[in-house]
Design a binder for this molecule. Structure first.
Ligand SMILES: Cc1cc2nc3c(=O)[nH]c(=O)nc-3n(C[C@H](O)[C@H](O)[C@H](O)COP(=O)(O)OP(=O)(O)OC[C@H]3O[C@@H](n4cnc5c(N)ncnc54)[C@H](O)[C@@H]3O)c2cc1C
Length: 397
């Protein structure tokens, strides 16, 4: 057994049997030496990178500000009744997102169709209100946002039980390697190591590593102290623009729209999607929700919660008359308000940002949906995380 094989066997044994699996997504052996790696953020990028690095035999610690894994993958169960749930962030998985689907399969998370095939959706084109089959809804999305969101409805699936079952499953495997409730306040590097300062239970702590992987959104990172990072990178971090997105959820005591032949999906004149996320969950209650993009989402973000709800109630009662009589309760999620996201998504692109091991050198690596060609998708977060795994694994120190 050579030194590399010995190190790998020892490291995998130390990582625990639960991390060993028959088919590895990235590689099955260490390329460079085993390293101490600190990952900032337990969203999809950080979790997948942490999982793959740990399987390879690196010593991984994940530092997360929130008390839960998943970041922008978050399924809302509160304040809904009867176990109903709806997504605050990621919901749809298209059939060509091979990386997302790979981890869905690896972690044995169940999928189901995203859209109902029964009953009619609503479309508002010009002055017309039209009842259409569900492919009329995905056609409208494709026409408005581009093919990325359109196509045959059957190419779209969702995770049965809520999208955050995926990050939760990965986090369970990493278990004690994740430290929650630990907002990072400073990152720095020199020629030998990278250091993270974070707060935990009211005190300031430091952790030193061979390599640091930062998956914190740039909208949050720009307010964290950074030392040893090039002016060019800092400039990109500061200038990255994050989109506003809002969702408002209205719970009803029954699904009265179904009795009128409607499935609860609609696309409005101003490009707002309306979903009935509970169509595949047991009734009798239901949730109708809006999905509002930049342009209108900034206005909603600036409203008080009660105003968000009352204006959405008025809007949806016109589309699905009877809502006001059947309305039971509501909540909303506006991503600009989220302390650890400060926006829904951004496109920075990895080529423009540059690699940690390129001309600049450095021990701080970066990943996250914003640094991928699939920004605003879980697929982007995962692909950037895997790219960082390769960088870190191949580094010689
Ligand atoms: C409204 C919305 C709808 C979406 N719809 C879809 C969809 O249908 N399908 C799809 O595939 N994708 C969708 N996405 C995109 C997908 O959710 C994201 O691309 C992906 O989850 C981003 O993962 P990430 O790891 O890059 O970032 P994040 O999930 O943001 O992870 C970063 C982590 O860093 C943590 N953090 C932040 N600051 C600190 C700090 N100071 N210290 C420590 N930790 C910190 C955060 O808490 C977070 O856990 C949607 C996103 C949104 C917002």
């Amino acid at each position: 057994m050579n030194r590399r094989q010995f190190l790998r066997n020892a490291a995998v044994a130390a990582a625990g049997a639960s991390l060993v699996r028959p088919s590895l997504s990235y590689a099955s052996v260490l390329t460079g030496p085993a390293k101490k790696v600190v990952i900032l953020g337990a969203g999809m990028a950080g979790l997948v990178a942490g999982y793959e690095l740990a399987v390879l035999g690196h010593d991984v610690t994940i530092i997360e500000a929130r008390m839960r894994p998943g970041g922008r993958v978050h399924t809302l169960h509160e304040p809904f009744s009867d176990g109903l749930y709806a997504e605050a962030g990621a919901a749809r998985i298209p059939d060509d997102h091979d990386l997302t689907l790979k981890y869905v399969k690896l972690f044995e998370v169940p999928l189901e169709p995203m859209y109902p095939s029964a009953l009619s959706a609503l479309r508002f084109d010009g002055g017309d209100r039209r009842e259409v089959p569900i492919d009329g809804f995905t056609d409208a999305l494709g026409g408005h946002f581009g093919f990325e969101l359109g196509g045959n409805p059957s190419r779209w699936r969702k995770i049965k039980g809520g999208t955050d079952m995926l990050p939760k499953a990965i986090a369970r495997r990493l278990a004690e390697k994740i430290q929650y409730g630990s907002p990072v306040v400073k990152i720095e590097q020199d020629a030998r190591s990278a250091t993270t300062t974070y707060l935990h239970a009211g005190s300031s702590q430091k952790i030193v590593a061979d390599r640091l992987l930062c998956t914190i959104p740039f909208s949050v990172l720009r307010n964290i102290e950074m030392d040893g990072i090039s002016d060019r990178k800092i400039d990109v971090i500061k200038r990255a623009r994050y989109d506003a997105v809002c969702r408002v959820y209205l719970q009803t005591r029954n699904r009265y729209w179904e009795r009128k032949g409607l499935n609860g999906f609609a696309f409005t004149r101003s490009g707002i999607e309306i979903w009935h996320p509970t169509w595949s969950q047991l009734g009798p209650r239901g949730i109708l929700m809006t999905y509002v993009r930049p342009g209108e989402a900034e206005r909603i973000t600036n409203l008080k919660e009660t105003e968000r709800v009352s204006s959405t109630l008025t809007q949806l009662d016109e589309i699905f008359p009877g809502l006001r009589t059947n309305f039971e309760g509501a909540s909303s999620k506006c991503w600009l308000d989220d302390e650890w996201s400060r926006g829904a998504w951004s496109f920075v692109g990895f080529k423009d940002f540059g690699t940690a091991i390129g001309v600049e050198g450095g021990r701080i690596h970066f990943a996250g949906e914003h640094l991928s060609q699939w920004s605003s998708w879980m697929q982007g977060a995962i692909s950037s995380g895997l790219r960082a795994v390769k960088e870190i694994d191949e580094a010689q120190n």
